[in-house]
Design a protein around this ligand. Structure first.
Ligand code: SF4
Length: 190
């Protein structure tokens, strides 16, 4: 158990808990403001993320930023973004269940230290791991689940939206629902 985000990050950057450490350039620990109320969680780093040590860069990242900015969120100011696995799976394959399980150690500590009020799972892998193994993004997206006091919602991975732009409207609705939830939290705090 860690008592600071910095110590956690320093140890994570040296992690060799699973085989994904062999092929990585960098450990992609996460980015953003760890004191914010909201945590976005994707699947794992791709090629650009691995090179730049930041989650959601490139075309996917730009699209995610558009959705975020549209509801007043900014990865540099008021959210935090991390992934289920922090090292790039080879050829961008899905992270294996054992790799996800090993890496969850770091994410659990991030969540414990952050104590976010809302977690948004970006894509199938993240939502299946954190919300329910039966989670189907096309059916269950945009629904908020209360898990031990944290509101959790799954929506489309931006890469899936680039592959199938017809889903963009659904994703926009999910982000508008997220905005509503954030407004409720803000109102309750005032
Ligand atoms: S993916 Fe996670 S558990 Fe595996 S080596 Fe990287 S940081 Fe460690």
């Amino acid at each position: 158990m860690y008592d600071s985000f910095n110590t956690l990050k320093n140890d994570c950057l040296l992690c060799r808990r699973c085989g994904l450490c062999e092929g990585r350039t960098t450990v992609v620990f996460g980015t953003g403001n760890e004191n914010s109320n909201i945590l976005f969680i994707g699947e794992g780093p791709g090629e650009q993320e691995d090179l730049r040590a930041e989650p959601f860069v490139g075309r996917s990242g730009k699209l995610l930023d558009l959705y975020l900015n549209g509801i007043g969120l900014d990865r540099k100011k008021n959210i935090y973004i991390a992934n289920i696995v922090k090292c790039r799976p080879p050829q961008n394959r899905d992270p294996l269940p054992q790799e996800q399980e090993e890496c969850l150690f770091w994410l659990r500590e991030q969540v414990r230290l952050m104590r976010p009020k809302i977690i948004v799972c970006l894509g199938r892998i993240s939502a299946a791991k954190l919300i329910s193994p039966q989670f189907k993004v096309t059916v269950d997206h945009g629904v908020f689940y209360d898990k031990k006091g944290i509101l959790m919602m799954g929506t489309f991975h931006p890469a899936a939206l680039l592959r199938d732009p017809r889903k963009k409207e659904d994703a926009l609705e999910d982000f508008l629902k997220l905005k509503e939830q954030l407004e409720k939290i803000k109102a309750a705090q005032n």
